[in-house]
Write a protein that binds this ligand. Structure first.
Ligand SMILES: *Cc1c(COP(=O)(O)O)cnc(C)c1O
Length: 399
C-alpha cells in the first residue's frame, strides 16, 4: 500500500528544486520562484493520469472531503449517507460543513450496501458518499442508479484506493466529485496532502477558492484577488506537492508490485477451506493494496488474530472490527457527541441515534474480516515465508 516504502532520490530532487528558490507557497511570488510550480504540475499530472478534467490539491484528504462537500453545496441540515466502516475522516468532513452523517450498513464488498442506502433516504438526503475501502470499490452502478432516481449527489471517498478502477474508469473520477488522500500511509504520499477531482468546472472553481480563503485567483496579485465567498486555508505547500510529483510517476510501478504480491499471498489463503474473500464489484479494478479475507465465525477470527500475535506475524494485519479508527463499534466519541464546539441540533440528534441503531449486517461481516496490507518491499521468498506462516497459524487456530 504505502508509497513511503519507495522514497528516494526522485523525491529529494523535486523537493530540492523548491528549496533552491525558497518559495514554499503554491501561489504568487512569480519572479523569485523561477518557473517552479510543483502544486500546479502535480494537479496537471493527476488530471492526465486519472482522466479527470479538474484537480484541486489540498492540505489533507480530510480537507479534500470538506472542500468537495462545500463546493457541491452540502451544508447545514443536509444528510450525507455514508458507510459504518470507513476512516474517521469521512464523518469528520461531513460534520465540519454542518451536514448530518447518516451511517448505514456495508455488505461483503466492505462498502455501502445499496439496499441499506436506499432505505436511509429521506427528503433531507443530499449526497451519497461511498468509501472505496482498502484498495477496492463500491458497487458504483447500483449507487449511481439510486442517485439518479432520487436526484442526489455522488461523492467518492477514494482516499484508500488510488489507482483502482471500476469498469475502466478511475475510482474518484466517477461521481460528481471524488477525493484522494496523500497522507503518509497512502498508495502515493506527499507526507500530508489530498486532492478533489471533478469534471464540473463550477465545482472546481469553488474548490480552488475555498481552499485559499475564498481568493478568486483572478487579480493581478494576491492583494487584488476578490473573495466571492468564504473560504479557509486548506492549501498544500510546494514541498509536499514536490514529493507527490515524484510519487505519482511511480504509481504504475507500485500498482504492479501490489497486484503481484497480493496474488501470491492470496494463492496460499485460497487453499484453506472455510476462508473466503471480499466481494470486489470489478475484480480487474482492485488496486490490491490490501488482501481482505473472511473466516467462518467471529470466534475463529479472534483465535486466528491471537495466534498471529503469538507467532509474531500480526503486524500489517488489521482486525478492523476492534479497531478505534475504522468501525462504528468503537467510535464512542462520535456516539457520545464529544465535540469541542457545539454541533447543530440535527447533527446531535443523528449522532445520539447511533447508540440505538443496529448494525447487525455490518457486524456479521466485520467480525469475521481480516485485512492484510500488501507491502511493496516483500521479496518472493518473504512472500513464501509469509504464506506458509499464515497457513500454519490458521491451521493451528482452527484445529
Ligand atoms: C486517509 C483517509 C482519509 C483522509 O485522510 P487524511 O489523513 O486527512 O489525508 C479519508 N478517508 C479515508 C477512507 C481515508 O483512508
Amino acid at each position: 500500500m504505502p508509497g513511503f516504502e519507495f522514497f528516494g532520490e526522485e523525491e529529494k530532487k523535486e523537493v530540492n528544486e523548491v528549496l533552491e528558490t525558497g518559495i514554499l507557497m503554491r501561489y504568487g511570488f512569480d519572479g523569485p520562484r523561477k518557473g517552479i510550480w510543483k502544486s500546479k504540475e502535480l494537479e496537471q499530472a493527476i488530471c492526465s493520469r486519472f482522466g479527470t478534467k479538474y484537480a484541486q490539491l489540498t492540505s489533507s484528504g480530510t480537507a479534500a472531503l470538506t472542500t468537495a462537500m462545500a463546493s457541491l453545496g452540502i451544508g447545514a441540515g443536509d444528510e450525507v449517507i455514508m458507510p459504518a466502516f470507513t476512516f474517521v475522516a469521512s464523518f469528520e468532513a461531513v460534520l465540519s460543513v454542518g451536514a448530518v452523517p447518516i451511517l448505514v450498513d456495508i455488505d461483503s464488498s466492505l462498502t455501502l450496501a445499496p439496499a441499506a442506502v436506499e432505505a436511509a433516504i429521506t427528503p433531507k438526503t443530499k449526497c451519497i458518499m461511498p468509501v472505496h475501502m482498502c484498495g477496492s470499490m463500491a458497487d458504483l452502478d447500483a449507487l449511481k442508479a439510486i442517485c439518479d432516481k432520487h436526484n442526489l449527489l455522488l461523492l467518492e471517498d477514494a482516499c484508500q484506493s488510488i489507482g483502482g478502477t471500476y469498469k475502466g474508469k478511475k475510482l474518484g473520477t466517477i461521481g460528481h466529485a471524488g477525493t484522494f488522500s496523500f497522507d503518509f500511509v497512502k498508495t502515493i504520499t506527499c507526507g500530508e496532502g489530498g486532492v478533489v477531482m471533478t469534471n464540473d468546472e463550477s465545482v472546481y472553481t469553488k474548490a480552488d477558492a475555498y481552499t485559499d480563503h475564498g481568493h478568486d485567483h483572478l487579480g493581478v496579485d494576491r492583494g487584488a484577488d476578490l473573495h466571492p465567498f468564504l473560504g479557509y486555508n486548506f492549501r498544500i505547500s510546494e514541498l509536499h506537492a514536490a514529493v507527490g510529483l515524484a510519487q505519482i510517476r511511480k504509481l504504475d510501478q507500485f500498482l504492479a508490485i501490489q497486484k503481484k504480491n497480493n496474488h501470491i499471498l492470496k494463492s496460499y489463503l485460497e487453499k484453506v477451506p472455510g476462508i473466503s474473500f471480499r466481494t470486489v464489484p470489478d475484480p480487474e479494478g482492485d488496486s490490491a493494496s490490501f488482501l481482505t479475507w473472511f473466516l467462518p465465525t467471529e470466534a475463529a477470527t479472534i483465535k486466528v488474530i491471537e495466534a498471529m500475535k503469538a507467532a509474531g506475524i500480526l503486524a500489517g494485519n488489521f482486525y478492523w472490527y476492534a479497531n478505534n479508527w475504522h468501525y462504528i463499534k468503537k467510535w464512542e466519541h462520535l456516539k457520545k457527541v464529544q465535540s469541542l464546539s457545539h454541533l447543530n441540533e440535527a447533527q446531535q440528534k443523528a449522532l445520539q441515534a447511533l447508540n440505538t441503531k443496529s448494525f447487525d449486517q455490518s457486524d456479521a461481516i466485520m467480525s469475521r474480516c481480516i485485512s492484510t496490507a500488501i507491502s511493496l518491499t516483500w521479496t518472493e521468498s518473504q512472500l513464501h515465508e509469509k504464506g506458509t506462516a499464515f497457513l500454519n497459524v490458521i491451521a493451528k487456530a482452527l484445529s
